[in-house]
Design a protein around this ligand. Sequence first.
Ligand SMILES: C[S@@+](CC[C@H](N)C(=O)[O-])C[C@H]1O[C@@H](n2cnc3c(N)ncnc32)[C@H](O)[C@@H]1O
Length: 270
Amino acid sequence: MSPSLQPEQKVRIANAFSKAAKAYDQIARLQKSVVKHVCKLAKQSLSDNSSQPLRILDLGCGTADLATQLEQEISCFDYVGVDIAPGMLEVAKSKMTTKGYQRDFVLADIENLPELGQFDLIISSLAIQWCDIKLVFSQFEKHLKKNGCFVLSTLLDGTLAELNQTWLKLDETRHINQFLAEDTLRHKLQAISSLTSNVLSCVEELSYPNVLSIMHELKGIGANEVVNSDKQRKLTKAVLRQLEELYPTCNNEKVVSWHIAYIKGQLKNI
Ligand SMILES: C[S@@+](CC[C@H](N)C(=O)[O-])C[C@H]1O[C@@H](n2cnc3c(N)ncnc32)[C@H](O)[C@@H]1O
């Protein structure tokens, strides 16, 4: 979604995610499957023979689902989760306390991290699409140890394309966030001279009984805030009826595509 958002837009995003935090874990099915894959890639990236506790930084940690997954894979690590939404951090802290884990959480913006020390691994799942990629990776030089690595996931152009095309039949206002095209993401990463990285992409399709359930899910996970858009049309019953009619139906279901990029890499040894 780069470039960087205005402060008031960041506040709106933080508020939407804070509001969604309590129900997030019950609703976020796509996000949970992406977290599992990030966790698998992170495990592969770490050297097995490290005897020290690993330091792991999770950017846009949300309810700390990645930390929960990592507990099952890695025996000994220090974890710092960063998020811009206070509500998400409250849920994350209480989840970890219930499980008896001591983990650190910091309210901060990924694009402008405070002093947190250096880490063996930086992870992030479905958070950096709200950020300027260049600013995100500029943080890595300061926060990654010499042989440290990173594994991130983000959304690409094509995500929610069916919903976008359906809205376009009704009006010209943008109702869906714009995400980077895969080629643009690759070029932006190649332009960062301090890193080596590679990108894997895939498309996940989720089915819903109707458009209303798609809208509920987007709101329920806090992803309903559309940035850089003019005043949006209200989702009245009449608008919803039109969207239901216009949205393509396949075997009585409404399909939503999520285009996901997984980015793995490390700092160059210069
Ligand atoms: C879709 S959720 C993903 C949460 C978690 N990583 C997961 O996969 O379950 C996106 C998270 O990114 C956070 N976020 C968005 N922009 C951010 C920013 N600039 N700095 C820190 N966190 C941010 C949101 O508050 C939200 O918790």
